[in-house]
Design a protein around this ligand. Structure first.
Ligand SMILES: CC(=O)SCCNC(=O)CCNC(=O)[C@H](O)C(C)(C)COP(=O)(O)OP(=O)(O)OC[C@H]1O[C@@H](n2cnc3c(N)ncnc32)[C@H](O)[C@@H]1OP(=O)(O)O
Ligand SMILES: O=C([O-])CC(=O)C(=O)O
Length: 369
C-alpha cells in the first residue's frame, strides 16, 4: 500500500500508541483506567486515588493515599517569579494562556530538568500537580486584579482547590462533587491534548514542554474549551424555551453545539456526563431550583431528535461548576489541572518506551519537476 493510501483525516480510529494507562472500550461501554472502570472508581474513590493509580499503576492503601496527598501539599507553593511573570501579562489574557505560561516558566526552576528517569519524572509530576491549584486559580485572580490566594494545607487536595477558587470553605457535598469532577476529567485515553503531549515527549523533550503543548490543545472549543461555551449558552438562555430556540437556531445555521458529540462516543452519551448529571441533580435539589437541569435535559432532547447526538462530559460539568460558584473562565483550566494526572502518566510512559512520532503526508501541492 502506498503511504498516501493510508491517509485517515483526523487520524480517526488510527492506533497511535501502545499504552497500559487507559482504554475507551466501546463494545463494553467502559472507560478502563489501569484495569479499573472509571465510572465505578468515581463512586468509591477520590481524585487523589486516581493520581496515585495513574502515576504508580495501582490503587493506593489509605497510608499510600495520605503520603501522596502530602507530596502534593509540600509542593503547593509556586515560585514568586512565576507569579511575577503572570502579573506582567495583559489583563485580557485568557486564564488558559496564563496557566500555559506558568507551566512553561516553571521548567527553569526544575534543577534536574534533564533527568527523564522514571523516578525523576514521577516526582516532577507530583510537584506540578501540587502547584497546579495555585497556578490555575492565581493566574485567573492576577489577571482579574485580585490578590493571589494562599492554599489551605489543612484541607484535602480537591477541597483546597475549590476553596481557592471560591474563597469559601466548601461543604462536604460541594467538595465531594468537585472531587468527582476532577476524577472524571483525570484521564481519557488518547484525546488531542494527550496525543500532543506524547508527540512532544517523543523527541525526549521535557514534561513541562509536553504539558505546555497540551494546555494549548485543550484550550480549543472542540476539546476542553467546550465546557465554558456551554455555560455561556445556558446563561444566555436562562429559560427552557429560549435554550431550545438557541439550539434550533444554531442547528439551522449549521453551527456546532458545544457539549455534544464525541469522536469515540458517537451514538451514546459519554458515561462521565451521566455521572455529572447526577451531581447536577443533587445540587439542584439542594438549592430547590431545577432550571439548569431542566434546560440541559431539554437540550439533550433537541440534540437527540434533530442530530442523534448526545452530551459529552463538558455539557454537564459546566452547570455543575456554575452551581459550585466557579467563575466560567476557570472551567477549562480546571479540566486541564485534573487531566495533568493522566497527561503526566502518558508523558512518563512515552519517555520509558519511546519511538519518535514522525508521520508522512498525502501531498496535494504542485510538482514542477
Ligand atoms: C471532554 C471533551 O473534550 S469532549 C469534546 C468537547 N467538544 C465539544 O463539545 C464541541 C462540539 N462537538 C464537536 O465539535 C464534535 O462532536 C467533536 C469535535 C467533539 C467530535 O467530532 P468529530 O468526530 O470530528 O465529528 P465531526 O465534527 O466530523 O462531526 C460529524 C457530524 O456530526 C455533526 N456534529 C458533530 N458534533 C456536533 C455538534 N456538537 N453540534 C452539531 N453537529 C455536530 C457534524 O456537523 C457532522 O455532520 P455532517 O456529517 O452532517 O457534516
Ligand atoms: O476523548 C476525547 O477526545 C475528548 C474527551 O472526552 C476528553 O479528553 O476527556
Amino acid at each position: 500500500m502506498k503511504t498516501e493510501d493510508r491517509f485517515v483525516p483526523g487520524l480517526e480510529g488510527v492506533i497511535a500508541s501502545e499504552t497500559g494507562i487507559s482504554l475507551l472500550d466501546t463494545e463494553q461501554e467502559k472507560i478502563i483506567i489501569r484495569g479499573y472502570d472509571l465510572i465505578d472508581l468515581s463512586t468509591s474513590k477520590t481524585y487523589a486515588d486516581l493520581i496515585y493509580l495513574l502515576l504508580e499503576g495501582t490503587l493506593p492503601s489509605d497510608t499510600e493515599r495520605q503520603a501522596a496527598e502530602e507530596k502534593l501539599k509540600v509542593n503547593y507553593e509556586v515560585p514568586a517569579a512565576v507569579m511575577d511573570i503572570l502579573k506582567l501579562l495583559p489583563k485580557e489574557t485568557n486564564p488558559m494562556d496564563g496557566q500555559r505560561t506558568a507551566i512553561s516558566a516553571s521548567a527553569g526552576y526544575d534543577k534536574g530538568l534533564d533527568d527523564r528517569t522514571l523516578e525523576a519524572n514521577k516526582s516532577r509530576a507530583y510537584d506540578i500537580l501540587g502547584q497546579l491549584p495555585a497556578i490555575t486559580v492565581n493566574s485567573y485572580r492576577i489577571l482579574h486584579n485580585e490578590e493571589p490566594i494562599d492554599p489551605d494545607p489543612a484541607l484535602p487536595y480537591s477541597a483546597n482547590f475549590l476553596y481557592m477558587i471560591t474563597g469559601k470553605k466548601p461543604t462536604e457535598l460541594e467538595a465531594e462533587i468537585f472531587d468527582r469532577s476532577l476524577l472524571l476529567y483525570s484521564e481519557h485515553e488518547m484525546p488531542n491534548s494527550t496525543f500532543t503531549s506524547r508527540v512532544i515527549a517523543s523527541t525526549h523533550s521535557d514534561m513541562y514542554g509536553a504539558l505546555t503543548g497540551a494546555v494549548a490543545s485543550l484550550k480549543g472549543n472542540l476539546h476542553g474549551g467546550a465546557n465554558e461555551a456551554v455555560m455561556y449558552m445556558l446563561n444566555a438562555a436562562n429559560s427552557v424555551d429560549k435554550f431550545e430556540k438557541i439550539l434550533w437556531d444554531k442547528l439551522k445555521r449549521k453551527e456546532k453545539i458545544m457539549g455534544f458529540g464525541h469522536r469515540v462516543y458517537m451514538k451514546k452519551m459519554d458515561p462521565r456526563a451521566l455521572m455529572m448529571k447526577e451531581s447536577l441533580k443533587h445540587l439542584c435539589d439542594l438549592k430547590g431550583d431545577s432550571l439548569l437541569l431542566d434546560m440541559c435535559e431539554a437540550g439533550e432532547k433537541v440534540m437527540a431528535q434533530e442530530k442523534g447526538l448526545y452530551p459529552n462530559l463538558d455539557y454537564y460539568a459546566a452547570p455543575v461548576y456554575w452551581m459550585l460558584g466557579v467563575p466560567i473562565p476557570l472551567y477549562t483550566p480546571i479540566f486541564f489541572s485534573s487531566r495533568t494526572a493522566g497527561l503526566c502518566a502518558h508523558i512518563i510512559e512515552q519517555h520509558v518506551n519511546n519511538r519518535l512520532f514522525r508521520p508522512r503526508v498525502k501531498y496535494t501541492g504542485e510538482r514542477y519537476l
